[in-house]
Design a protein around this ligand. Sequence first.
Ligand SMILES: *Cc1c(COP(=O)(O)O)cnc(C)c1O
Length: 432
Amino acid sequence: MLYDNIEIKNGRLYFAGADTVELAEKYGTPLYLMDENRIRERCREYKSALDSFALEGSCAIYASKACSFGGIYRIIAEEGLGADVVSAGEIFTAKSAGFPMEKAYFQGNNKTDADIRFALDCGVGYFVCDNFEELDALDRIAGERGAVQKILLRVTPGIDPHTYDEVATGKVDSKFGIAVETGQALEAVKSALSKKNLSLEGIHCHVGSMVFDSDVFIRAAAVMLGFAAEIKKVFGFDIKILDLGGGYGVKYYEGQGNIDIPANIKQVAEYVAEKSAELGIKTPSLRLEPGRSIVADAGVTLYTVGSVKKITGYKNYVSIDGGMTDNPRYALYESRYTVITANKADAEPRLTADLVGRCCESGDIIQPAVGFPVDIGRGDIVAVLTTGAYNYSMASNYNRIPRPPIVIVKDGESRVAVKRESLENLIENDVF
Ligand SMILES: *Cc1c(COP(=O)(O)O)cnc(C)c1O
């Protein structure tokens, strides 16, 4: 099986020790399942690798845009990770869940004055500043409160991570961050250091997502440490924190590449220590910002088949009761997934069909050319694997379809973590 929390027993798909067909009956479909133990294991892999190999104080920060709801911030806090937040909504969710906000890092390329005020009110630990206007605005607003705000400066190291264009964010021409290559990042450091109400703690980059090449973070670290050495030379200032962002890839289908994350963290941490010594700068403490690799394989989505359309001589469609509203990733990125018919998991996959959603869009495809049992039909349960990241958090109400619930599975037991949206929820803000 793709992951060790997936099993087939008596022709049925089990996830995190629970029978998925029973869960579909109990909670209805579409249904997001999340394996709590798996989330915790992934957190611990990062934590123990950073504790073992990087400078003391180094830590992993969960990029909560991958999957954001109250309970996940509690799990992350219990595992000792920080959290990346990118909006007032994520800040509010984290704070309401009791997340220790001094471990929150506020990201984003356009924080409004209202966002900045809200984040300061909530006690966000770090702002990851993206541009000159933000430095000015944050300094002004922090000053009005007599506060000094810790910041990291987001720069673009000019690294191509060899991933998809939509998720490559570290190139010089990115909308995120300030370019090192053009000298503008050094100007931004000058600006940050001149501000009374800002405390520059370090520098940040995020080169992209779905990274499998083991040298990507080393190449990013090389540019970033070179930049740190320049900062030291020009301003006599040592950065304390080097944040290399997120982006470790995960496996969505058999035969796809994989990366040993703890081994890569060891390599990166050792490189950072050696290179810092060589450059004559203090070794910075590390931050990594995994999103996908914390939650992706902790998630599975269940659907019920409604119709099977066989267009003789052309192609076949299996339609389900969800779609791009709960998983827009194929529509957005042509992302690949592994699909299993949960109640006929032993059957030979001899019928090839596109797995499609119920939205009024031809592009509403979950996955093309999937193998199904020949007798697949209305009422069968289909499972899409590895949906823990960027599914629930990207879900929409297009076609006024309510969002599915999230059910947490732990040691074979299940409980609702996020309720299914109701029809009443859909109209509660309609005041005209
Ligand atoms: C999206 C994002 C991450 C997480 O990326 P993953 O590929 O999910 O690990 C981390 N940091 C920043 C700044 C991001 O925008």
